[in-house]
Design a protein around this ligand. Structure first.
Ligand code: SAH
Ligand code: SF4
Length: 340
């Protein structure tokens, strides 16, 4: 029941003894505050709490482990009601900003060669309630979380319907009331999904995991690129930006010796032309056992990152680097999907 909007709670409680709307609102307020049991809803009459307890579960999932890195990253392992496990992370930038990184699928069907979640294969989409439960668990641990990134396990544009419902919950003025500008969805670049999001929401900030703007290399690294070629992808971004004026992020995972050369910088700057975009460089976070065409992947050395960054900046691009937090608990980008 946590993670439901008041009208959804009303629908759920219609059968049997239904409750007056102010009571439903009280339940909603409690779930938003992160109580973990009906017993804690102390402004509800005891018999109502008892009735709720016998008829409903407040949470369908449960936190099975919490791992804290010394850099402030906290990784939550969550077990879903069917036994599947997912992960969600609190990121701490060290300057006071805390961000919840949420998962949308158990596993991921996109199978990017550099990503641990991709190596797991795909199990299922998460329900909106399961996504909002992740947030409630994190918020309980760190009430000062101010931002959300949909960058955990899975491809959000393959689960857009449930994500729409979950963002309704996050942004509800009577609920968590998070500004849409503080929520970023990261996608591997699913063209119909980007267009759907532009037309029908959710109206969130967009990040595209571009990684390479060389058609052939991108398709070898990210199998979804075969169905979503760069020209169509670019068109969909232009369309998205026409509708929704905010700046987009182009993320590039940097793989040592693979996608950091002069030709890569040229292709990336060509792709970015005409978009209001910032490039976010993410040096690859190691995951054991991942191979690219038979060879082990490796993070680029600092000199290679700096050179690539300079090459992009020389081409007039706006470039930032992602801090590599959370590696100590395998909670950094692309490392989610199992115990360290
Ligand atoms: N599926 C979505 C969101 C989750 S992945 C997407 O792909 O955008 C979040 C980010 O982590 C993406 O930008 C992805 O390219 C990046 N990533 C995946 N594996 C990584 C790794 N091992 N090291 C660094 N970044 C990685
Ligand atoms: Fe899926 Fe994103 Fe990992 Fe690719 S990088 S396999 S899309 S989670």
């Amino acid at each position: 029941m946590a993670g439901l909007l008041p009208e959804e709670i009303a629908r759920l409680t219609e059968g049997g003894a239904s409750f007056p709307s102010y009571r439903l609102k009280q339940i909603y307020e409690w779930t938003r505050r992160g109580v973990l049991s009906f017993d804690d809803m102390n402004n509800l009459p005891p018999e109502m709490r008892k009735s709720l307890k016998s008829r409903f579960r407040l949470f369908s999932s449960a936190v099975s482990a919490v791992l804290e890195d010394e850099d402030g990253t906290v990784k939550f392992q969550i077990t879903l009601e069917d036994g599947n496990k997912i992960e969600a992370v609190i990121l701490n930038d060290g300057k006071g900003r805390k961000t919840a990184c949420l998962s949308v699928q158990a596993g991921c069907p996109a199978a990017c060669v550099f990503c641990k979640t991709g190596a797991l294969g795909f199990t299922r989409n998460l329900k909106a309630g399961e996504i909002t439960e992740e947030y409630i668990f994190l918020k309980k641990h760190a009430p000062d979380i101010s931002h959300i990134v949909i960058m955990g396990m899975g491809e959000p544009l393959f689960n857009l319907e449930e994500l729409r419902k979950a963002s309704g919950f996050f942004c509800d003025k009577e609920g968590f009331n998070i500004s849409r500008r503080r929520i970023t969805l990261s996608t591997s670049g699913i063209v119909p999904g980007i267009r759907d999001m532009a037309d029908n929401g959710p109206d969130l900030k967009l990040a595209l995991s571009l990684t390479s703007a060389r058609e052939d290399l991108r398709a070898r690294l990210m199998p979804v690129a075969k169905d979503n070629p760069l020209t169509l992808l670019k068109e969909s971004l232009v369309y998205f930006q026409k509708k929704q004026k905010s700046r987009i992020t182009l993320e590039a995972v940097l793989l040592g010796g693979i996608n950091t050369g002069t030709e890569d910088a040229r292709a990336l700057s060509c792709f970015a032309r005409g978009l209001d975009a910032v490039i976010n460089l993410i040096p690859w976070n190691p995951v054991d056992g991942l191979l690219f065409e038979g060879k082990a992947l490796s993070p680029p050395p600092e000199s290679e990152i700096a050179e690539y960054e300079a090459a992009l900046k020389n081409r007039g691009l706006n470039v930032t680097r992602r801090y590599k937090k959370g590696r100590g608990v395998m909670g950094a980008c692309g490392q989610l999907g199992g115990c360290p």
